[in-house]
Unconditional design. Structure first.
Length: 61
């Protein structure tokens, strides 16, 4: 099960309050403005700035 469209419409980056892009195949939310990647676990977005990864990850994400 993926994140619902209704939830995706209201989610914003906790850092800059900008829009998030949902990357369904890898289950993550990306803020291109902050260059942060938030993971999604069991259909729950983990929107903690301290746990976000940078978009320039070594694994190519």
């Amino acid at each position: 099960m993926a994140l619902s469209e209704g939830l995706l419409d209201i989610l914003v980056c906790p850092n800059c309050k900008g829009p998030l892009e949902y990357r369904k195949p890898v289950e993550e939310l990306v803020c291109t403005a902050c260059r942060l990647v938030y993971r999604v676990e069991n259909d729950i977005p983990i929107l903690l700035i301290d746990e976000a990864q940078t978009l320039d990850r070594p694994d190519g994400g």
